[in-house]
Design a protein around this ligand. Sequence first.
Ligand code: NAP
Length: 324
Amino acid sequence: MTGVLYDRVALIGLGLIGSSLAHVIRREKLAKTIAGHARSAETRETARRIGLVDEIHESAAKAVKDADLVILCTPLGAYGKLAEEIGPRLKAGATVSDVGSVKGAVVRDVGPHMPANVHFIPGHPVAGTEQSGPESGFAELFTNRWCILTPLPDSDAAAVARLEKFWRASGSNVEKMNPDHHDMVLAITSHLPHLIAYNIVATAADIEDVTNSEVIKFSAGGFRDFTRIAASDPTMWRDVFLNNKDAVLDTLGRFSEDLSVLQRAIRWGDGETLFNLFTRSREIRRSIIAAGQETAAPDFGRRPDTPSPREAGRGRGPREGAGG
Ligand code: NAP
């Protein structure tokens, strides 16, 4: 066990990621006190009822008072205003980080509000589910998942090392990269897959010759796998696309070109092109399983006896999978 790394941690936003952090900080005893803030009275009340954190604050500025580590865990669109609000209240020497799924925009929106005596180190745990809210979190969410830190060129090495230790103690592997590269990598591995899932579900809902009840009835043919991803939080994903515009449009352009190749192969009966591409895809799937980022279990997550991550005490279960 690592033990206390920050005396006081403030979590701004108590949804899936914020509540999962609260659970793992408690489990690993990484802080003496956890303060929390969420926008609505309802979420704050739920957090109080389930004893999620030690202190609940109505204002973000009050929550960050004396905190040694502040983590922004709200949708990206809220970051700028929150940073402006908490900036003047931050403790000298505190570390400010976040969990947002886009990093360039965080540097743009939060950076200008950070005082010089604070360590601002953006981060992104590549772990999630399609659930949201204060009751959706669980301590194992980060187990064996990657957390990407995007320190700035002038970030203090000791503060970065401490934050890295924090994520490792939470079960994550840690990698560092620059914010723009992060946004390119996530555009193809996360953002584009979500866009495609949202789109295919919309197409199925609008198609005239097949009824919605048929789409639902025969969804095991593949459609249901997209619906799980497309059930992710609309606010969060709206903000991801608005804040990673260039990288998403770039990868979407490549995707559309490649889709045209498939379209052409189908039209001209070019089985070899189809077969070769499908074979390559299978190999990528095998590499993901070999890297421990997925299981090879058939029909994953659809049997009623499959334990949840909380029950299994491990990082995979029926509720995990989609994440930003
Ligand atoms: P979530 O479950 O929807 O929770 C969002 C939390 O932020 C709620 O507590 C919400 O409070 C609070 N909030 C929203 N707007 C706020 C504001 N203006 N001021 C203060 N609090 C506000 O979201 P999440 O899934 O945890 O995602 C949070 C962040 O994690 C996002 O930036 C996302 O990009 C990133 N992320 C998500 C995943 C994933 O799979 N979900 C994975 C990795 C990273 P109320 O409930 O009161 O509205």
